[in-house]
Design a protein around this ligand. Structure first.
Ligand SMILES: Cc1cc2nc3c(=O)[nH]c(=O)nc-3n(C[C@H](O)[C@H](O)[C@H](O)COP(=O)(O)OP(=O)(O)OC[C@H]3O[C@@H](n4cnc5c(N)ncnc54)[C@H](O)[C@@H]3O)c2cc1C
Ligand SMILES: *[C@@H]1O[C@H](CO)[C@@H](O)[C@H](O)[C@H]1NC(C)=O
Ligand SMILES: *[C@@H]1O[C@H](CO)[C@@H](O)[C@H](O)[C@H]1NC(C)=O
Ligand SMILES: *[C@@H]1O[C@H](CO)[C@@H](O)[C@H](O)[C@H]1NC(C)=O
Ligand SMILES: *[C@@H]1O[C@H](CO)[C@@H](O)[C@H](O)[C@H]1NC(C)=O
Ligand SMILES: *[C@@H]1O[C@H](CO)[C@@H](O)[C@H](O)[C@H]1NC(C)=O
Length: 511
């Protein structure tokens, strides 16, 4: 009954397509919304001006919703409903996008203006296997949902560090985790993907089934291969889901010593202690007295603390003890509480850009700081008093992480131990006034170019662009290396020979 109704509408669309004055006439997205509404159980499709639509059209970066309105949101409840949705969209040649946790910074990253946005929010399955070795995670979960379920069981996964970020986008692009030192990135720990392909089939991809797709999905992103409906990921024992955390706020003027400590941690510290994890962020905030360095240190080993007060410091972080601090907060904390404490609120415009360089020389990083400072001053002058918060983040890819990435046949990212150790240099900003959008993009692009040139001039360039931190104009898949890029294209061609996803799923990085 449902499928004959669906056929009628698809045929209706085809009839229009052949009788219309233009041979390539495409029905408006509202036709697809109606067809999907008819094919799925009631209430799955939401139109503008409904409360459900307003709830779904909520994204972390306001650039994803400002002046952007899909013809409808579709909220499938399971993989079959996702498959039906894809079949209708393909049949009616309708542009669409997919929302996991909606944390892409740029406009259109996971919302389709005038098309159809598939919001996976109801794919909320979360099941720990009896042997506690894997967890099946529905694609609509946020990391807080995962950690809340796992902390109480004394398990962790290699997943996102921030509560509200989506499971889907983070794993599909790579996924840097508190536990990456031991196990690589999130994508390296996926045991099986359940995927709806361009043809509307539900398939599994694992080291034994559809191996090529399994390889491609580990870094190749969703929008070229299909909609992942479930991730089966490795789980690891971690009592209470607890980890050691020290958060340091260091005055900006100490950036050189702080950065040198982080570079040394990357090259010498973390490879010798794979339970350690860390990132370092420079920012400018009035409440921190202007420029400041935020240094977060994590360790998966817990000291014995009978009284719950812990003054011990893992040896690997000892060099950070001598840095001057404005604030220092040590704690033993479960992943849920930790990830909530570093959540970044909604409501700002956001841009993220990144590049990757060799980590072997600290002076490269201290010399990047003035390039960023000039950018900050330019943005503040243009903002004329409206809010702008700039960040320059360093995120290590030490040798132990590169080694862990070789598991399961290696991922698609193209990062080799022989190129390492590496550092992701990430440039982000949040601001209020949309009049600044163009300058933000242009100036960020320029700074990334200058960083790459500086690295090149010192023989320290690498060029990997981490998709999950990339600006919309960056060439992500080219940066995986020619061989991996070609292999990804070939796999996409096999699973989507008509290029349906390339044509209809716009707005994110394409092969
Ligand atoms: C506050 C914050 C903290 C972050 N912390 C980390 C971190 O700790 N580690 C890290 O590595 N990254 C981190 N990131 C980056 C993060 O990995 C990316 O922003 C990621 O894209 C977010 O996933 P999402 O599902 O929320 O985003 P979305 O915008 O919903 O999705 C991203 C892309 O994936 C596609 N997609 C979504 N779901 C699916 C699916 N099921 N199947 C196929 N395609 C799909 C979307 O269409 C879009 O193209 C963070 C980002 C933010 C904003
Ligand atoms: C996931 O977490 C969010 C935030 O705590 C919550 O609102 C939502 O209901 C949770 N989802 C599920 C399926 O539990
Ligand atoms: C995590 O720790 C907090 C205390 O910081 C506690 O209230 C909470 O119950 C813990 N969460 C889980 C899921 O165990
Ligand atoms: C970095 O340190 C140098 C030297 O102490 C100082 O001049 C500069 O302003 C600092 N930059 C930032 C962004 O804190
Ligand atoms: C560099 O790291 C090593 C290993 O952790 C440590 O022994 C050494 O003291 C560090 N050097 C500096 C200058 O911080
Ligand atoms: C800057 O802001 C002030 C006060 O809000 C306003 O008077 C002035 O015109 C603005 N200047 C520019 C260049 O926008």
């Amino acid at each position: 009954m449902l499928s004959s109704g669906l056929n009628k509408i698809l045929l209706g669309g085809l009839a229009l397509a052949t009788t219309g004055s233009c041979t390539w006439w495409t029905p408006p997205a509202t036709a697809a919304c109606k067809a999907i509404d008819f094919a799925l159980p009631r209430g799955r499709v939401n139109y503008p001006d409904s409360p459900a639509y307003a709830k779904e059209n909520t994204y972390w970066s306001s650039r994803q919703t400002d002046n952007i309105a899909p013809a409808c949101f579709v909220t499938p409840y399971n993989a079959f409903e996702v498959a039906t949705t894809v079949t209708v969209l393909r049949g009616l040649n309708t542009q669409f996008s997919v929302k996991g946790g909606g944390h892409t910074a740029f406009a259109g990253g996971s919302n389709s203006d005038g098309g159809v946005t598939i919001d996976l929010m109801y794919l909320t399955a979360l099941n720990v296997a009896d042997d506690r070795k894997t967890v099946s995670i529905g694609a609509g979960n946020r990391w807080i949902n995962v950690s809340e379920a796992l902390d109480t069981q004394g398990l962790v996964v290699v997943g996102g560090r921030v509560a509200d970020v989506g499971v889907s986008g983070l794993i599909l692009g790579g996924g840097i985790s508190y536990f990456s030192g031991m196990y690589g990135w999130a994508c390296d720990n996926v045991r099986n993907y359940e995927v709806v392909t361009a043809s509307g089939k539900i398939v599994n991809a694992s080291p034994i089934k559809n191996k090529d797709l399994y390889w491609a999905l580990r870094g190749g992103g969703g929008s070229n291969f299909g909609i992942v409906t479930r991730f089966d990921v490795a789980a690891y024992e971690q009592p209470g889901g607890n980890i050691w955390h020290n958060s340091l706020i260091i005055p900006g003027a100490a950036n050189a010593s702080a950065i040198a400590a982080y570079q040394n941690l990357t090259v010498n510290g973390m490879p010798a202690d794979n339970k350690a994890h860390s990132y370092m962020v420079l920012t400018h905030m009035d409440m921190l007295g202007g420029y400041a360095v935020i240094s977060d240190l994590f360790h998966a080993d817990l000291p014995n603390t009978a009284d719950g007060v812990d003054e011990s410091v893992p040896g690997v972080f000892e060099p950070f003890e001598s840095l001057p601090t404005i604030m220092k907060t040590k704690s033993i904390v479960n992943v849920s509480t930790l990830s909530r404490s570093i959540n970044i609120p909604y409501g700002s415009r956001q841009t993220w850009w990144d590049t990757t360089v060799k980590a072997t020389d600290p002076s490269l990083f201290t010399d990047i700081v003035p390039l960023w400072q000039a950018h900050v001053e330019k943005l503040q002058a243009a903002a004329n008093g409206s809010a702008v918060t700039p960040y320059l983040a360093f995120q290590a890819i030490p040798l132990n992480v590169l080694k862990a990435m070789e598991a399961n046949g290696g991922n698609a990212l193209g990062l080799k131990q022989s190129d390492g150790p590496l550092m992701i240099v990430q440039l982000t900003a949040q601001w209020a006034d949309s009049a600044l959008d163009d300058l933000m993009e242009k100036s960020s692009e320029e700074v990334i170019g200058k960083i790459n040139n500086l690295a090149k001039s010192r023989g320290l360039s690498h060029g990997f662009v981490y998709a999950n931190y990339a600006g919309s104009r960056q060439s992500v898949f080219e940066s995986y290396g020619a061989a991996n890029h070609a292999k990804l294209k070939q796999i996409a061609q096999k699973w989507d020979p008509k290029g349906v996803l390339q044509k209809l799923w716009k707005g994110y990085f394409k092969l």
